[in-house]
Design a protein around this ligand. Sequence first.
Ligand SMILES: NC(=O)c1ccc[n+]([C@@H]2O[C@H](COP(=O)([O-])OP(=O)(O)OC[C@H]3O[C@@H](n4cnc5c(N)ncnc54)[C@H](O)[C@@H]3O)[C@@H](O)[C@H]2O)c1
Length: 432
Amino acid sequence: MWDLDLAERGAERIAWAEKLMPVCRSVGAVFKRDRPLEGLRIGCCLHVTKETAVLVKVLSEGGASVALCPSNPLSTQDDVAAALSELGIQVYAYRGMPPREYYEAIGKVLSHRPHITVDDGADLTSTVHKIMHGVRDEGVAWASSVLSDPRGSCSEVFGGTEETTTGVVRLRSLETQGLLLYPVIAVNDSPTKRLFDNPIGTGQSVLDGIMRATGVLLAGKRLVVAGYGQVGSGIAMRARGLGCEVIVVEPSPVRALMAAMNGFRVTDMNEAAEVGDIFVTATGNINVIRREHFLRMRSGAILANAGHYDVEISKNDLSSISERVEKVSELVTKYVLHDGRELYLLAEGRLVNLVAAEGHPPEVMDLSFSLQALAVKYLAENRERLGRRVYVLPEEIDDAVARGKLESMGVKLESLTEEQKRYLREWRLGTS
Ligand SMILES: NC(=O)c1ccc[n+]([C@@H]2O[C@H](COP(=O)([O-])OP(=O)(O)OC[C@H]3O[C@@H](n4cnc5c(N)ncnc54)[C@H](O)[C@@H]3O)[C@@H](O)[C@H]2O)c1
């Protein structure tokens, strides 16, 4: 557990993030004036970072009382948790929480009987749904163990938001099966989130994580990216910028074609495994790099994951083919295979950008978290109207956030003339 002495440093880092998050600041100013969240209890399950602290402050300025648990056991910045606690936020997080405590923290957030859940990866939302639908597993048992009335604790939730692709996949699965209990806004799917946070934020911070963990020179390395989706394409682009030879592994024909036409070498993991120096998974899928791939890798290969869960690089397979496992540093684990080759796993296979670095830079989280705050307000204002579905925020909200960001950057937008607006709505005009 962290020490309250860390709070001062945490507060300084939060203030630094806040300076770089002007759109969140202006949403906070409006919230402070209008108090759209007065009387609401919000349960957040988010990476406990300085940027998250800015979001929590905005929600509090809107009148909500907020309880926070982490969305990954290793991503908590302890100084930020201490600073939030000093500010009176109920925060149940410290870096390196074991699985039981991680789920107990989710239970503690539920003990505040939230009206709205704000999630990153859907661990909080799925715990609510498991409790309400009577699904028992170890995580639910741990979360319930801190609740005198688990169902009662979940019964007042009337809406939720979701930050990441993996969480949205789970929500859509609940929706398709008719099991979703309340409306959830897929903030991840807003253009102002997915076009910036996923490729640009992750592209920079994943490479930052690899560099902080290993100190290796990226120029001249062969870097294999598994998944050329929103996240993977950003990592590939930034790695190329740093001088890597980038190889993409991708099962979707369209995405693979896009990677090939963007000039990347595209192949399957079996072939990539033989030549890669650094491997990064960004798929949201399971066992993307597994036994048969490890057995082809060159000694010294570095393995890192950017996907939400630590399931993309099979740690079980890696252990099963290893003679010994050694911790080289807090962030690097060495697996010595039976034939003497060495493979280096970063951040225990968890999100390398959040565990080995500080997650996305504040400028990018300014967009994602402005959307999150506005999504919470949207839920509060539209609770009677929304059904048990996964929603995307209205385009006007997206545009307002993008516009606010552009203003803060001093970037001018072109204005359409009335004639141009009419022309774009016209079907009669064509070749002249
Ligand atoms: N590290 C971060 O900070 C961060 C930020 C945003 C999203 N994420 C997470 O990153 C993951 C990817 O998100 P996204 O938005 O790019 O999703 P996406 O759906 O846009 O892309 C995933 C890609 O992976 C491909 N894929 C699936 N299985 C594969 C396999 N076995 N081998 C290679 N490729 C495979 C898919 O075809 C797809 O193109 C999710 O888990 C998401 O939650 C992490």
